[in-house]
Design a protein around this ligand. Structure first.
Ligand code: ZN
Ligand code: ZN
Length: 412
């Protein structure tokens, strides 16, 4: 389920609704796109019962994580989609989870002017993720070694529950329920804090840093493009980062282009430097060609959010079929599908794709804990896809993605 955030347009003040996956705010009233930037994960407050104001109230922190956890063990690659909201304060009386409440309500950003007090966060986000992985049975079995774990497609945010103190008791500001007696509550750890300036959110107009034209991109995109100078820009929490991008030429059958991150890297512990090294070390059932010795190894990761199995398979097929691809510099085309998986997450998937691409798990999996990637460079490559029944098919590499899955990925 999606989480919706109420947000006024920073340009004209019109009300706009954003989902948590959206980092570009598009205002239907003034037509201006603004990027939401911050140095820390987003922080929201649940709306009070009866639309009352939560200004000045004490707020209790909850960590929300939505994404896929992948775990590589000796027996294979396992994955779970996790959607969890857990309490991050050890104060007594707080509900352990917000259940489905955040999804059912329109959240608001924490407003520094509201002068709230915040219960100190005593549980780290990493500990909460660890717990979520355990609940999803994503912990190694006894006697089994855990070789690699990655969090992909993640949204990490903080959601605050407003607390009301009345009649000697602590009450849930959203439901009005009495949570505990005030005496019990204040005997616990009550070191509160005020709004931290590092939480501040900035709205920046999306202008091309190179030529000043308005950038284009859907609200959930992680890459914005300039229709004027044909440059592409990665949307990061702090700034726009120029991307090196290319496309593989299509033909008359091409219907759309899907973006992939081509991550070229050396893997010294496995002695993999070239694509030929990769073919040999991972025991592929084909022989490396002489020219593959000079082709730098790259791991290909879909730059779109996909279901775990499809994500791994698409990455594997593009990685194995990379020798058939000759991407070139080009101009933007209208049938480019927006990149919705940022490089920061694709990078987390490199070891995972290595594991998914090997023909010899026994040789590669035990080395994953020692695998360090060096000389890493990234390029965004748009690959042509043709239509085949209910699927999109990439003719060079055989990557196949169901049309319904591509739709699903947009709302994952
Ligand atoms: Zn506006
Ligand atoms: Zn430009």
């Amino acid at each position: 389920m999606k989480l919706l955030v109420k947000q006024d347009c920073p340009q004209c003040g019109a009300p706009v609704e954003l989902t948590e996956a959206e980092s570009v705010l598009y205002c239907g009233s003034c037509g201006i796109r603004s990027m939401v930037q911050s140095n820390s994960p987003p922080r929201y407050v649940l709306p009070m019962a009866g639309d009352a104001s939560s200004a000045g109230l004490l707020l209790a922190p909850y960590v929300r994580f939505k994404g896929t956890i992948y775990l590589v063990t000796e027996s294979g690659i396992d994955h779970r989609v996790i959607d969890t909201t857990r309490v991050a304060s050890s104060a007594l009386g707080l509900p352990p989870s917000l259940g489905v409440r955040p999804q059912a309500m329109r959240l608001q950003r924490i407003d520094p002017a509201a002068e709230n007090l915040f219960l100190t966060q005593t549980l780290k986000a990493s500990a909460i993720l660890e717990k979520a992985a355990a609940v999803g049975n994503l912990v190694p079995q006894i006697g089994q070694q855990f070789l690699h774990r990655a969090y992909i497609g993640e949204h990490l945010s903080y959601i605050y529950l407003p607390l009301v103190i009345k009649h000697c008791g602590l009450h849930d500001g959203v439901t009005g329920d009495r949570l505990c007696d005030l005496v019990d509550f204040i005997s616990g750890d009550l070191a509160n804090r005020r709004y931290d300036d590092g939480w501040q959110v900035r709205f920046v107009a999306t202008l091309c840093p190179q030529c000043g034209a308005g950038l284009e991109g859907s609200s959930d995109c992680q890459v914005m493009t300039c229709p004027n100078c044909h440059s592409a820009w990665g949307v990061t929490p702090k700034q726009l980062v120029r991307l090196d991008w290319q496309m593989q030429a299509g033909d008359s059958a091409t219907k759309l282009f899907l973006p992939f991150w081509k991550i070229s890297t050396h893997i010294p512990v496995l002695n993999i430097y070239s694509f030929a090294d990769f073919v040999e070390r991972t025991n592929q059932p084909f022989l490396p060609r002489p020219q593959w010795r000079s082709r730098v190894m790259s791991v290909w990761v879909p730059a779109i959010r996909l279901r775990p199995k499809v994500f791994l398979l698409a990455g594997r097929q593009a990685t194995l079929g990379q020798w058939r691809l000759r991407p070139v510099t080009a101009k933007l085309q209208p049938n480019f599908f927006p990149a919705t998986l940022p490089f920061s997450e694709a990078r987390q998937a490199v070891k995972l794709m290595l594991a998914a691409s090997t023909a010899s798990p026994r040789r590669i999996f035990p080395m994953l804990p020692y695998t360090r990637l060096t000389e890493m460079t990234a390029q965004l490559i748009y690959l042509p896809f043709t239509e085949l029944g209910c699927d999109w098919v990439q003719p060079h590499t055989g990557v196949t993605i169901g049309k319904n899955i591509l739709k699903f990925g947009r709302t994952l």
